[in-house]
Design a protein around this ligand. Structure first.
Ligand code: NAG
Length: 399
């Protein structure tokens, strides 16, 4: 009898202990002095709530942002944290109108965090319309960078799910040095003529999945920069904007290879470019771009549906076209089932480097039509090696 009681006692003690070891806790920013009045700066309250949540060691923690408009000048949420952490945004985070109030690369930055979830359906409002007129990057190659809406640096095993971002001063999401990182259910919006408002910018990152996202901005929907490996993109709705771009690459010595990109089941609507790879003609780095698959993609009134540009020179701010040959090697790039309409005749345009011609380019089941009536759709290819399968319209590119 006594031993049975003892067993029960020990068991219940065990459960109480286990429960206290695994206590999830919510840290509401309002309990740290945050006000949803859209005026007072809440940076300090948010940072304090984050720090407490980050140091919570008894279980998962959640930083909770209730419905309402919370003004934030600039914040950095740094790890490492003691446990998994969720940043739950129900409300709106409002950036300062004045770009001088932000003196870091991103308005909201997460760094050195493991097992982070950013979710809640809330909104990040960059209030970029006040600073877009100050952007002279189309004339000045040393133009002053303005803050991106949100950054993730050295964040691992993490995800963003169900967040909206509008009107960033420059780009919206910036991912650097992240790995095992997923983005889904995200909507990014800025006017088609807003300068440099990239949707998602990725560099030096690995093992990422991006799916079910809607992006319409004045620059790339997704920009993939050097050192990105194993990136899987699917179910993207892109437009307006400049499409999904790899690059520009080759300009700086320390650059790393880009390999293992998949873009599937997506649609481009009214974008200037669709699937683009761009490298500077004058390049110092000898890196490679390899093992890409573009599959099942619809183009609706897209300027350059398929484009490889190894003489990239935006706004004439570089050495003249044709003088230099890029040292970036592009190889093993497959395009399968790409169809729809182009607003330029050159629906398929691959200008590879004469010093490092493209290798292993595979085209299958391509059907692109020119929407204009002043000529026929054409394919332009230079220095491209590879093969074709199935029907290719426009053809005559790889024979
Ligand atoms: C990201 O998505 C992949 C594929 O669905 C999954 O295997 C992986 O566990 C996810 N990672 C995170 C951190 O959510």
């Amino acid at each position: 009898m006594a031993s049975r009681f003892l067993t029960l006692f020990v068991l219940s003690l065990f459960f109480v202990l286990a429960a206290s070891m695994n206590q999830e806790k919510v840290f509401d920013v309002r309990n740290y002095g945050a006000y949803a009045d859209g005026k007072r700066d809440n940076s300090l309250a948010f940072t304090k709530a984050w720090n407490d949540a980050c140091q919570w060691s008894s279980g998962r923690s959640t930083v909770y942002i209730a419905p309402g408009v919370f003004y934030l000048r600039q914040v950095t949420f740094a790890g490492p944290c003691k446990n998994s952490i969720t940043f739950l945004v129900k409300g709106t985070l409002l950036a300062p109108q004045n770009p001088n109030f932000i003196n870091q690369e991103e308005w909201i930055l997460f760094e050195y965090v493991d097992s982070l979830t950013v979710t809640g359906g809330g909104l990040l409002d960059g209030q970029g319309s006040y600073s877009w007129p100050l952007n002279d990057c189309n004339k000045n190659s040393n133009c002053r960078p303005l803050a991106m809406n949100i950054g993730f640096a050295f964040v691992t095993h993490s995800r963003i799910d169900g967040i909206r971002s509008i009107n960033s001063k420059m780009g919206h999401f910036n991912l650097y040095g992240v790995s095992d990182f997923n983005i889904s259910g995200v909507t990014i919006t800025a006017p088609g003529d807003s300068p440099n408002t990239d949707g998602i910018k990725i560099g030096r990152s690995s093992n990422m999945h991006i799916r079910d996202v809607t992006i319409g901005t004045g620059d790339d929907c997704i920009a993939i920069l050097d050192g990105t490996t194993n990136l899987d993109i699917s179910r993207v709705r892109c437009g307006p904007g400049h499409g999904i771009s790899v690059g520009s690459l080759g300009r700086y010595k320390e650059e790393k290879n880009v390999q293992g990109l998949t873009v599937r089941d997506s649609v481009f609507i009214g974008t200037t470019d669709g699937l683009r790879i761009k490298t500077w003609a004058k390049s110092v780095s000898e890196i490679s771009v390899s093992n890409f698959l573009y599959e099942n993609i619809q183009m609706i009134n897209v300027g350059n549906p398929i484009i490889i540009d190894q003489q990239y020179c935006p706004n004439g701010l570089c050495d003249s076209s044709g003088k230099y040959a890029s040292h970036v090697q592009i190889k093993n790039v497959k395009y399968n089932q790409i169809w729809g309409t182009s607003t330029t005749k050159e629906a398929l345009n691959m200008q590879c480097s004469r010093a490092f011609p493209c290798q292993g380019v595979e085209l299958s089941n391509i059907n692109l039509k020119y929407v204009g009536s002043d000529g026929l759709v054409t394919a332009l290819c230079q220095n491209v090696g590879g093969s074709i399968r199935g029907t290719i319209v426009p053809g005559n590119c790889l024979i």
